[in-house]
Design a protein around this ligand. Sequence first.
Ligand code: SAJ
Length: 420
Amino acid sequence: MTDNGPTVCVHGLGYIGLPTAAVLANSGYNVYGFDVDTELQSQLRSKDIPVDEQDLKRFIERALDDGLQIVNSPEPADFHLVCVPTPYDKKLNKANLSHIGAAIRTISNVLRAGDTVVVESTVPPGTTTQRVRSGIEESGLSVPDDVLLGYSPETVLPGNTLTELRENNRIVGTVDNSPPDRIVALYDSFTSGDIKTADATTAEFVKLLQNAYRDVNIAFANELAKLAREFDIDSRDAISMANSHPRVDILHPGPGVGGHCIPVDPLFLSHSSDVPMLIKTARKINDRMVVFVTELLTAALGALNEATVTILGVAYKGGVTDTRRSPSFALANQLKDEGIANVKLTDPHVQETDQDFEIHSLEAGLTESDAVVLVTDHPEYSALAPRMFTECMCGRVFVDTRGIINNDRWEAAGFDVHQV
Ligand code: SAJ
């Protein structure tokens, strides 16, 4: 830490807060990192960094060596960045903002006139201007006269965090149209992307519609995959040809949409409004892809109840270890509901999960299996050779929901291959 540079306290050291704290420390700020999880605090102090992107892990290690301080409680700072989770509460059918509320309360304890508070967590439009503002004002300081309050969403792609943190464009929104310059300068210190300014509610809305856009685009691709099957057409060839048009850019069909952002954020837009139809339908289409995959499997296998099915991949997408809302679990549950006797999950990057499923090695997963369903587009799966499969499995059905295996090769090895 330098003695008199500006100070930042980052609240929430998850997959966004921790990298952001590290890049700010690397850009000359004195940075405190605070998380309510005391175990995480001590883990980080002893450089045990729960991050699987190697470049990012090394970068955070260096930042910790160079002065990023993990603190037991929030410190006074010129900037407070709020990067806490905002999960969707299924029962109440709305965003759970309790972590934001708690963060604002602890920030208020150390907040001084002249400080800046920026929310990065994904929130329903209006949260910063209403709930966050009133939380801050309970401290006796007023927004924006005493405290500059803004919202700036993170947009990094898990798997490519460090690069996207440094290169993506950003939006900075402020409350009551207050001048955003201080917040812009903070982000400008580490991003080469453009920084656009707006009001805080627009910035919140933009974050949600980016993820809703992706969800809708994937739902379109998934609907096309289902339609293509009716015409006995390869959906991926068709989409790729359609995308050669200069104004068409359809994403890839698959087993459904996982992760903790894209399946959730559209709900933040739609839960309290009657307007969304497309956004809600896209959610349904993507969630129901596991039913389509089950239909493909049923058609190939005939009777399901005695079958053993192996699911290749538990991570929500290729190259990551994150299993949150992975379509693999939804599919495994769907297959069990359909009466499949034995569903085995396997993943080279995942050893255990918080779900009620054992994770097998590839070999154990394939043993005595009637069919495999490739769910995660891990790079190593596209290079799989049929040999271990033919040696271990008793059946020869392969459903590839990602279109990444070489059909000819697997068909030549005796497999009945089906693609989404
Ligand atoms: N998927 C498809 N077909 C595709 C692309 C993705 O089925 O063509 C699936 C993936 O397999 C995965 C899910 O969608 O299950 C989501 O993966 P993703 O790579 O599209 O996105 P995330 O959830 O890893 O990250 C998204 C990104 N948002 C956008 O691209 C608009 C990221 O930039 C955000 O920062 C992140 O959400 C977030 O934190 O909001």
